[in-house]
Design a protein around this ligand. Sequence first.
Ligand code: SF4
Length: 381
Amino acid sequence: MKYVDEFRDGDIAQQLIGKISAEMVVGREYRLMEFCGGHTHAIYRYGIPDLLPDAIRLIHGPGCPVCVLPMSRIDMAIELAVAHRVILCSYGDMLRVPGSTTSLLKSKAEGADIRMVYSVMDALTIAEENPDQQVVFFAIGFETTTPPTAIAIQQANKAKLRNFSVFCNHVLTPAAIIGILDLPEVRTEDSLKIDGIIGPAHVSAVIGSDPYNFVAQQYKIPVVISGFEPLDVLQSILMLVRQLNEHRVEVENEFTRAVTADGNLKAQALVQETLELRQEFEWRGLGFMPDSGLQIREAYCEFDTEKRFNLSNRRAKENKACECPAIIRGVKAPEECKLFGTLCTPDNPIGACMVSSEGACAAHYSYGRARVLPPTNECSS
Ligand code: SF4
């Protein structure tokens, strides 16, 4: 397939690995965080850690949108479907993420009208077909998925679709980068535990490469925006190794076939017109972070589910045995969780990171790169 096969060529991959190995400084470690769940998936799928020299350590970041949504927001979605009896439309992965006491999938089995959709436009169609029922779209995701949500809200407004609203849980990548780099576990007084960042692909196609400049300027960490194919990832690692060896700190763009410095200005304008910054938003593993999420602007407030149903934020206790928060922060790996591959598997996920294919635990498990141990019965909430 054009633009895919040529980025999966094994001979070129070997050449890139040879270059990376040859250019590495003997005795130094290169700790590189991939922020995006798409990269985490590609890294496991193509066995990239097995191909790289040991001194290159890949650290998974908080870029899986399903993983970073806190349990409290899943509980709110369940409340909408069960107590408010709306038709709740959600992406398939979200149905399986455990809430405090149940999941959307279990609530659906018990009779709630919860429907899996492939896009927000499916939810709009459901609203048009069911004028007597309230239809809520459970919107999640980073900057990649915000433009379609904005378009749907504007279309619903034009069509005067009064039974449609959006439960907005969109989050922002730059805020997540700040959240990670400011963690006491990552940033000590005189050093950072991350040497370089493999920057998101699709998110950057929307926001551009310029919004990462602060990482180089303030945190003195190089960033290379990378495509999702294995050769993209290897080329980006080589570019980061070169920057680090040459003591350069820049934002470079490996994914030039889709990402520009400014990004997609039309999509940005649509989002800007429809959504605005929340003062703060809760992230699994990172807590409440300022300016890290979006909400629906006052001009479109009738399509804001939280206002329509007077929902208020609540606290939810995460399962103590699940290491998702530490994995999202990049300070633990999936195999360090005692439940990994035993009580927690993709068929029976106990934490969010085992649900989506972009979640570190699911990707690690699915591509058979983990030693699976017998069950230990140590799950507690
Ligand atoms: S293996 Fe399961 S329980 Fe453990 S961190 Fe991953 S998702 Fe959470």
